[in-house]
Design a protein around this ligand. Structure first.
Ligand code: VAH
Length: 320
């Protein structure tokens, strides 16, 4: 059996930065190649990094053969808000990228593939509370359509070729190691940066907008635990619902206010409100808990405290 050699595509993104670190801790620094469209990796990563456009299938195949890659983690994607500004590019990147990875992984007889889906696969026709796993729904964004389509392609490659591709429907992810990105849920990242810098935040979603969220340490652990689970335990080969917490902007703001006394939260909803309005308030992750013993660890209080502690520490280090 070949020694595990991992390729993380989209390694400079919000999930990619932290998943690359975790995979290097698990498999060894030189067993994990970080790849992204950027010329070079973020400062500090002196280890294996390659510039890669995941829509360039021939380069992807050549890299995987040369490096004898045994697992691919595909994180490169255009998120919901950015995707609505350029639907054709979002579809091309999200779908061609996945189809290239699935086909190359099958050709190279790889052990496993991970690909993140999202609660964005659910639309207004899905139950808003505790949205169940098996719920064919009509996504409202190109991002959601690409994720719903991608889930069926993952299922197809598993059924037709036996490719062990695994997937999670992530809620909004919150982390301090990357700046807010092009997602609708990224208000919940930006709010921390603005609260510490300015003591106030102008939120692009209105009060009462309840969304499923998860702290990045939980998300990274979920990926590792899913990928380590015995294949025979996994009954879901589209993508597993995953849940941790749900909150509204005002609830998040009040929790931040317990640490930053004079924090002021105002609202100026924009086009991202229409996206958020189509997504569930909460997710039922029963199947993940039964099949591979998923259990979140971070709730709102623990996440807010950890975010503020780390962002404060990083700010003071950058000023030193
Ligand atoms: C987005 N952060 O906002 C992503 C996520 C559930 C949303 O997939 O587009």
């Amino acid at each position: 059996m070949n020694k595990t050699k991992v390729l993380v595509i989209g390694a400079c993104g919000q999930i990619g930065v932290e998943l690359t670190e975790a995979l290097r801790q698990k498999y060894g620094r030189y067993q994990v190649i970080a790849a992204d469209i950027r010329e070079k990796n973020k400062a500090g990563d002196h280890y294996l990094y390659v510039k890669l456009d995941v829509t360039d299938k021939s380069k992807l195949l050549m890299l995987c053969r040369e490096e004898r890659i045994t697992q691919i983690y595909l994180l490169a994607a255009m998120l919901s808000a950015s995707g609505e500004r350029d639907p054709a590019l979002a579809w091309q990147l999200n779908m061609d990228g996945l189809l290239n990875v699935l086909d190359v992984a099958e050709k190279c007889e790889m052990d496993k593939v991970f690909w993140p889906s999202s609660i964005a696969v659910f639309g207004l026709d899905a139950p808003a509370q505790h949205t169940p796993q098996a719920n064919a729904s009509i996504p409202s964004t190109v991002y959601g359509i690409s994720k719903a389509s991608g889930e069926y392609w993952c299922h197809y490659y598993f059924e037709k070729y036996g490719l062990d591709v695994r997937s999670l429907r992530f809620p909004g992810l919150i982390s301090y190691k990357s700046p807010p990105g092009g997602g609708t849920t990224d208000y919940a990242v930006d709010i921390f940066h603005k609260a510490l810098a300015d003591g106030r935040y102008l939120c692009f979603l209105k009060p009462g907008t309840m969304l499923p969220m998860m702290y990045m340490p939980d998300a990274i652990r979920a990926v590792l635990e899913l990928m380590d689970a015995p294949a025979e335990k996994l009954r879901v080969r589209t993508s597993y619902n995953l849940s941790a917490m749900s909150f509204t902007p005002e609830v998040l703001g009040a929790e931040i206010g317990k640490h930053i006394g004079d924090f002021k939260l105002d609202y100026l909803p924009d086009f991202r409100q229409q996206i958020a309005d189509t997504w569930p308030d909460s997710i039922d992750d029963y199947d993940a808990r039964v099949d591979w013993a998923w259990q979140s660890r971070f709730g709102l209080k623990e996440m807010v405290r950890d975010m503020l502690e780390n962002l404060t520490r990083m700010t003071s280090l950058s000023k030193a």
